[in-house]
Design a protein around this ligand. Structure first.
Ligand code: OOB
Length: 550
């Protein structure tokens, strides 16, 4: 086998040997890898349907476990032939189409590492992912939701020093067509990957100028997938509808696509998350489970009252990514006829679930409890001193599937993790007497736009590049639908630009649309704290007052 031109991923995963040993001994970390995952499932579940959904041509596709495994194996052979090697990083930016599942498993089979971009990402983000990971390839679809990803790929290629090979599902134009890559024979794997090596890179919500990349290993991630599936009662009868972007950690593994495929269930990909599309699919496919962010759950609740679709197959609606209010959670059973399950997770690791048989009071008013007995959860004050149970504080965590450091970010890691390896989540929580977590707020400089995370600093940096922006502070503002939206407070230099100009400017810098500020407020100067830092809490208060005045 020829070797890659790209340097191998050099970072170790940072789990100290004593912890790794403990996690192996406890049976959390096993030899199972994503490379063998699908082959093993196909041997067990054979002709059961694994995935149903739209494909890149707009058609409807349904693949059994055997067919999916065969296609992924043949695609792996073609990817290798086209110059992608074991250990190479490949940026995957695909919508919810069956090729997404095929591509991810082809890369696993080959031993290449997917880097999971979201469909909303644009040139700025994708170019960064490609260059930072030294990606050998970038895989997209031709068009989706009115956006041409080939045009984006052209921009990425033209700005790269070492451009990735662009592979396109659908009409490839000048690029490599995914359809041409499937060989006639599945790949023969010569060297199996190590279960404790990095399997892929996920993106963090981010609090700094650029998204951090999260290295997840086969062993740690598979443990969280298996346990999530068990906690959520997933088995071969599960039919999961995937309406959130498939590459996000929630629909991917909590228990998500991977959890359902591991258990032999069926994954149904929805082309869009609207109640109209989703309810039709629930009826047609007999969907039992779905994961939603709070704004979607609210939209579904509103639509349920007037739908004629039969939603009676639904057993569980999971809600997570942002805080779901108890008032809304209470409405799920009476109005949608199923159990609500709150999910408080993070791409860095720790996942909490309410259990399906928890009393209603826990289901609606907590964000669940961790999946592993070895998830260490600390709630501390500003000095890292644990607070009394029931008091809110900063959530720190360490455990068998929580990372010990971001990929190639030593400086950031020294503050994002404690000396003894706890991840500082940036979330403010309190623990109940029975060990459930209630999310009370956030200390990190991030805006949670209905589950989509916006790092204030990233948007601030882009606004500062505008010649008439002297200073800027991006903060959250309350929003009845998304929970929060972004507001940029701007001090101008000379003539004041319009709100629209500034938004256009940010968009023009190639940023995902959800990061473009929802509102811009012009101010003379910023309120400051005792040490002279911009007081974002005071800005938020001022904003709330402005919004409250009619
Ligand atoms: C999920 O993952 P990320 O990486 O996009 O974001 C993690 C952050 C958490 O630190 C917290 O700030 C917030 O999102 N969050 C919640 C929440 N679930 C996530 N805040 C309040 N209530 C919740 N239920 O968002 C994610 C990953 C796996 C499963 C579910 C969500």
């Amino acid at each position: 086998m020829t070797t890659s031109l790209r340097a191998p991923l050099s970072d170790t995963t940072g789990y100290p040997a004593s912890f790794a040993e403990r996690y192996r001994q406890a049976g959390y970390w096993t030899d199972e890898t994503f490379q063998q995952f699908l082959g093993a499932r196909a041997a067990e579940f054979e002709d059961a349907v694994a995935v149903v959904g739209p494909d890149a041509t707009g058609g409807d596709t349904s693949l059994t476990y055997r067919q999916l495994t065969d296609r992924a194996g043949r695609l792996a052979a073609g990817l290798l032939e086209s110059g992608i090697h074991p250990g190479d990083r490949v940026v995957v930016q695909l919508p919810n189409i069956v090729e997404y599942v095929e591509v991810v498993f082809a890369l696993f089979r080959l031993g290449a590492l997917p880097v999971f971009a979201l469909p909303a990402h644009r040139e700025h983000e994708v170019s960064y992912f490609c260059s930072f990971t030294d990606a050998a390839a970038y895989i997209v679809t031709d068009r989706h939701s009115g956006f041409d990803y080939r045009a984006l790929a052209r921009q990425v290629v033209s700005s790269s020093e070492q451009p990735p090979t662009v592979i396109v599902a659908g009409d490839a134009q000048e690029f490599v067509a995914l359809d041409d890559l499937r060989g006639s024979m599945p790949i023969t794997v010569e060297s199996p990957v190590d279960a404790e090596s990095v399997a892929f890179l996920q993106l963090s919500g981010g609090t700094t100028g650029v998204s951090k990349l999260i290295p997840r290993t086969h062993a740690d991630y598979l443990y969280s997938v298996r346990e999530s599936a068990r906690v959520c009662g997933v088995d071969e009868h599960t039919r999961m509808l995937v309406v959130l972007p498939a590459a996000h950690n929630f629909p991917m593994s909590s228990p998500g696509i991977l959890g359902v495929l591991h258990a032999g269930g069926r994954v149904v990909l929805a082309p869009d998350p609207s109640p109209d599309t989703a309810f039709a699919l629930i009826e047609r496919e007999g969907i039992t489970m779905v994961s939603l962010v709070p704004p979607l759950a609210l939209a579904w609740l509103a639509a349920a009252a007037r739908t004629e679709r039969d939603l009676s197959s639904l057993e569980v609606i999971q809600v997570g990514g942002a805080k779901f209010s108890a008032e809304a959670a209470k409405r799920v059973r009476p109005e949608l006829g199923c159990t609500v399950q709150q999910v408080f997770g993070m791409a860095e690791g720790l996942v909490n679930y309410t259990r399906l048989d928890d009393p209603e009071s826990i289901l609606v008013s907590t964000q669940g409890r961790p999946i592993s007995p070895d998830d260490e959860v600390l709630v501390v004050d500003e000095h890292d001193v644990p607070v009394a149970v029931g008091t809110s504080g900063h959530l720190l965590t360490r455990g068998p599937y929580t990372i010990r450091g971001y990929y190639r970010a030593p400086e950031h890691n020294s503050t994002a993790f404690t000396e003894d390896g706890f991840y500082r989540t940036g979330d403010i929580v309190r623990l109940t007497d029975d060990g459930y977590l209630v999310v009370e707020g956030r200390a990190k400089d991030q805006i949670n736009r209905g589950g989509e995370k916006v790092a204030a600093e990233e948007v601030e940096n882009h606004l500062l590049a505008h010649p008439r922006v002297a200073d800027v502070a991006v903060v959250s503002m309350p929003d009845p639908y998304l929970g929060e939206r972004t507001c940029a407070f701007v001090v101008v230099l000379g003539e004041q630009p319009t709100q629209g100009e500034l938004k256009k400017f940010v968009r023009g810098r190639g940023l995902a649309e959800y990061k473009v500020p929802d509102k811009v407020m012009f101010v003379e100067h910023f309120p400051v704290t005792g040490v002279g830092k911009i007081s974002k809490s005071e800005l938020r208060r001022a904003l709330e007052k402005t919004l409250a005045t009619p």
